[in-house]
Design a protein around this ligand. Structure first.
Ligand SMILES: Cc1cc2nc3c(=O)[nH]c(=O)nc-3n(C[C@H](O)[C@H](O)[C@H](O)COP(=O)(O)O)c2cc1C
Length: 179
């Protein structure tokens, strides 16, 4: 297939959402878990749509499925934490993405965590960095919701390689310092 033919095919997909998913999945990302505490119960979900937004003020965002239970919890309060996962946390990424997972505190059992200082949201201590955020704004975008957080505190957790997500697969960040 020529490059022109390939471009035509992408413009007129037969199954737009699955083609879109596959195409978008070629953009490698890191993996995070967003957490919060609501009515004394912790909640968390795996999210790869995390990005930084602004340096002044410090803002980050995540794009969340509007129908998701945990999205509802994240939007129901005024703070949340983001833990960027390390390559040693593949299982954690999978478990916080499992819709049939145990909810509440049991979801965090066996996962080392501590409350973030400003919002009290669980920080997963085996991650590589965390951001503790106040909800700055919420924007509906199609079937997703863009959650913008104002960073109240952040810090490193470890020097492990990051966990990456690409082509629907999880794997360790390669050592890009190699010549
Ligand atoms: C690597 C990975 C990345 C994900 N990224 C997102 C994301 O950015 N936004 C989202 O809404 N769901 C994302 N998910 C799916 C949610 O983690 C999953 O649907 C979760 O069960 C949602 O929580 P809920 O069961 O409380 O609705 C991702 C899943 C995986 C495995």
């Amino acid at each position: 297939m020529t490059r022109t033919e390939s471009a035509e095919r992408v413009r007129l997909p037969e199954h737009p959402s699955s083609e879109f998913r596959r195409s978008a999945g070629r953009f490698p990302t890191g993996v995070t878990v967003l957490t919060c505490v609501r009515d004394g119960e912790p909640h968390g979900m795996t999210v790869n749509s995390f990005t930084t937004v602004s340096l002044d003020p410090l803002l980050v965002l995540a794009v969340l499925g509007t129908g998701s239970r945990t999205t509802g919890q994240l939007l129901a309060g005024d703070g949340f934490a983001v833990t960027v996962l390390s390559s040693l946390q593949e299982q954690t990424a999978r478990s916080f993405a499992d819709p049939s997972r145990t909810r509440g505190g049991a979801a965090f059992s066996g996962v080392a965590h501590a409350p973030a200082r400003r919002t009290g949201s669980p920080v997963l201590l085996d991650g590589i960095v965390y951001f503790d955020c106040a909800v700055e704004s919420v924007h509906t975008a199609g079937d997703h919701t863009i959650l913008v957080g104002a960073v109240q505190a952040f810090g490193p957790l470890s020097e492990e390689p990051a966990l990456l997500f690409s082509r629907s697969r999880l794997g360790a960040e390669p050592d890009l310092r190699q010549p």
